[in-house]
Design a protein. Sequence first.
Length: 257
Amino acid sequence: MTSPTAVRDLEGKVALVTGATSGIGQAAAVQLAAQGATVVVHGRDASRGAAVVAEIENGGGTARFVGADLTEPMEALRLAEEVGDVDILVNNAGFAWFGPSANLPVKTLDQLFAANVQAPYLLVSVLAPKMAARGDGVIINIASRAGIVGQPNTAAYGATKAALASFARSWATEYGPAGVRVNAISPGPVYTNAAERELFDSLGETTVLGRAGEPQEVAELIGFLASPRASYITGANVPVDGGRRGAETHHNPDATS
């Protein structure tokens, strides 16, 4: 991944991107750094985190890695405390599980909601009040089209992503008067795993544009929403899905973050 050319409108800002060691999160971290932000790269794998930090630094940016397993609530709180004050929070980390509802193990269900729902909530509960006290801040939740449209084999995952969109609407009203903007982004099929290129190709055929998206195409929107150029946008859930059409019956309808 190469550093994008970007307007440096985030100079002096600190951004935390969760799940930033691959896919949309990695692209977002590189994008925000290209816009001038100092980026805190979060992930579970230190070596992959170091690679993203190196990519950002090689592009002239500034970054550091902080590890945490966000399936553990105390780890989410530790991450929030360790990063200190941040101006931009991108809640991207999470994982997906697809299949019949009867086949989802209870432990996996707990982990799914812990990582995708509870962790973003805990991060915001610590970081957003600090943003509000400073009178400025941006929170971006990476949701999914699966949280908007009912589809087979997506009940639990879709619910977690619907929660992120709901959080954005509620937090926008809670923190907006203090100058904090909160939005969600709902990607459709996005190439996040090179090993599953054919799967993404088939999912891309269900879009109006006839293709899957690239992580950078989502990262561009993240960079825009994080910037002063989006100063009058809050409480929105913006689709980045190529004009997805119809109901998708594949077991893995959206591979986003």
